[in-house]
Design a protein around this ligand. Structure first.
Ligand code: SAM
Length: 238
């Protein structure tokens, strides 16, 4: 695992992100996450999956991620850190899920990944094929009818064959997302902006990584690299 991946995936296991805690609080308010079978899609090394499993002992959690190294590493952590034996991670591709997962979950959560796909509609359609009652994501959203495609080339993070990685940080439109989910058979919809209530320091280098800037009214703007990050939580349900 690369240094920045370790930092992102493993440090969260000991210190869950504030966004994870607040997302769980929000889902809990509506009763989605308790006593449920939940898939954490694109779970990374499962820090969020594990956090949820320890918080909701009467729920069952499965994490899927395309990166086998993350899965192996996460399952090792789960062996010692999971208090209730109610979560496990598997290798899986969001766009080619194993048929055994169809109908296996009441709900699907996905943290901080939808923004990275060139076409978020295609990604949502794949989740719907698993037939959950609800789908909840944290991603970047704008409240108006504008969708942003933001692709950046990061020279701090070389890939196997290039001196950079190309990544999307797309911003979806709340109303267009809602309408799309309604069309897929999920008529109910809720969302909230994630207004972070703690300061995050700026990274020492100029690589991506969320930090906060305080505004005059005491709120915080989240920034990563050269972009403001309008994080929101959304849930569409039947
Ligand atoms: C930004 S990380 C988020 C990880 C985790 N959800 C979290 O919040 O810590 C994005 C994750 O998506 C995974 N990923 C990318 N493409 C995927 C795909 N097609 N199927 C499953 N996972 C995928 C990556 O391996 C990575 O772990």
């Amino acid at each position: 695992m690369k240094k920045y991946e370790e930092q992102y995936h493993l440090s969260q296991i000991q210190h869950p992100y504030r966004s994870t805690e607040v997302f769980a609080d929000w889902l809990e308010e509506y009763g989605f996450i308790q006593r449920s079978r939940v898939l954490d899609m694109a779970c990374g090394a499962g820090a969020n999956t594990l956090y949820m499993a320890n918080r909701y002992k009467d729920s069952q959690f499965v994490g899927l991620d395309i990166n086998e190294e993350f899965i192996i590493c996460g399952n090792k952590q789960i062996e010692t850190e999971c208090a209730y034996n109610n979560c496990c991670l598997y290798k899986g591709d969001w766009f080619h899920p194993d048929n055994k997962w169809i109908g296996a979950f009441d709900g699907i959560i996905s943290f901080q990944t939808l923004l990275m796909f060139p076409d978020y509609r295609e990604a949502l359609k794949m989740l719907v094929e698993l037939q959950p009652k609800w789908i909840a994501c944290s991603s970047l959203f704008y409240e108006g009818r504008i969708e942003y495609t933001n692709k950046f080339r990061n020279y701090y993070r070389p890939s196997a064959d290039k001196e950079y990685t190309d990544t999307y940080y797309n911003i979806h439109s709340i109303p267009l997302f809602q309408e799309y989910m309604r069309g897929l058979g999920y008529p109910e919809f809720r969302y909230i902006p994630f207004e972070i209530d703690i300061d995050l320091p700026k990274t020492e280098n100029l690589d991506i990584g969320t930090y906060t800037i305080k505004t005059e009214d005491g709120k915080r703007i989240q920034v990563s690299g050269g972009l403001m990050m309008p994080w929101h939580f959304v849930v569409a349900y039947k």
